[in-house]
Design a protein around this ligand. Structure first.
Ligand SMILES: [Zn+2]
Ligand SMILES: [Zn+2]
Length: 277
């Protein structure tokens, strides 16, 4: 069973125009049995996307077309590969209620969902942590040091895995060591072991699963999957399910980083939200 639970789509404004069918074809070629499309969910109304082109997520108005396009694809490929409808939902400090409300709105459409942290709040300003090394450098200055940025990230991830969503709990937690995306330029002095143990303990207690994300392996300043090897070993000790995610933004990106993952024989398919569909 080979599953890719983290795939973007032509609905991503910072992605590629590759069609949904291109991703499906590529996945079939590579021997995947199932995939979930997890486009960046629309950002909450009232939240200003801090990246220059304001293109971090899909437009709210595109949601019906996105869901319909995946429904059509499911039919087209029903005898070839399992296809699931998902979203990668941002956890944004200060917008928890709005996010919960949004999840309630779309829950009937979703088979699967990832909860990720990309935005950090510091002194009432939001930053996008994984946008560019230049923005990361600005963050280290504004937050006080590189370790302050990492600390803020792990604190926010902890808040995300702890948050009691009432409408729908996304089961998979996205790339939990994304703070390391630019680590070759901005390594942390601290290991953040205690923070990460704390996050894993909550994930285990709440029955959530981890996005084991290959995208970091192709980022020249990162060169490793998210999470890092030691974190994956700790997750396996805690029996937390790991679901491979290519985080592909092009059809060619399917399978990226897979050969660098540990425990390939243990990789799971997602704990689907709506098993009845
Ligand atoms: Zn993206
Ligand atoms: Zn992400």
């Amino acid at each position: 069973m080979r599953f890719d639970g983290h795939i973007h789509s032509p609905f991503c404004p910072h992605g590629s125009p590759d069609a949904l069918a291109d991703y499906a074809e590529r996945a079939i070629q590579l021997g995947f049995n199932g995939i979930t499309f997890t486009e960046h969910a629309p950002l909450p109304a009232g939240f200003t996307d801090p990246v220059p082109a304001a293109d971090s997520a899909m437009a709210y108005a595109d949601l019906p077309r996105y869901f319909q396009a995946i429904k059509d694809l499911k039919k087209e490929y029903q005898n070839h590969i399992q296809i699931f409808t998902g979203l990668e939902v941002d956890f944004i400090e200060g917008f928890e209620e709005e996010t919960d409300h949004f999840l309630g709105e779309v829950k009937g459409e979703l088979d699967d969902a990832i909860l990720s942290v990309h935005f950090l709040k510091h002194n009432n300003v939001y930053w996008c942590m994984d946008y560019s090394e230049d923005m990361f450098e600005e963050m280290t200055k504004s937050f006080g040091s590189t370790d302050h940025v990492y600390a803020s990230y792990y604190r926010t991830v902890k808040a995300s895995v702890s948050y009691p969503f009432r409408s729908l709990q996304p089961k998979r937690i996205g790339h939990i060591t994304l703070a390391r995306k630019f680590k070759k330029l901005y390594p942390s002095a601290g290991s953040f072991k205690e923070e990460i143990y704390g996050i894993l303990d909550i994930i285990q207690e709440r029955g959530l699963e981890l996005d084991y994300n290959g995208a970091g392996t192709v980022k020249p300043l990162c060169g490793e999957p998210y999470p890092s090897d030691w974190v994956v070993r700790e997750a396996v000790k805690r029996k937390i399910p790991l679901v491979y995610g290519s985080d592909a933004h092009t059809s060619a990106g399917i399978n990226q980083g897979y050969d660098q993952l540990l425990f390939q024989e243990k990789l799971a398919s997602p704990l689907f939200l709506n098993r009845t569909k």
